[in-house]
Unconditional design. Structure first.
Length: 87
């Protein structure tokens, strides 16, 4: 009987340790996802600004702004995919 109780106690302790580790990892993952989200929000504001500038500008300057906006949009899409995978 005491062997069974010892085994059960070890199992409970192992489960508790795993639970605590997973809780910490989830907390850190959420913080990491928040950090990535904040970075994506900065890029979003940059994209909006570039799109507004491209709409006002014409010619080569507008094309350069449009190319920069395309790059930002691609970065945003990739960042959003990374965040979604973590959630």
């Amino acid at each position: 009987m005491s062997d069974e109780k010892g085994r059960l106690d070890r199992l409970v302790e192992d489960l508790k340790a795993e639970r605590d580790e997973l809780r910490l990892k989830m907390h850190l993952a959420q913080a990491d996802a928040r950090d990535q989200w904040d970075e994506m929000e900065k890029k979003w504001r940059q994209l909006e600004g570039k799109l507004a500038s491209a709409g006002r500008e014409a010619g080569a300057v507008g094309k350069d702004i449009g190319a920069a906006a395309d790059l930002l949009a691609e970065q945003l899409a990739a960042g959003y995919r990374r965040i979604r995978k973590r959630l």
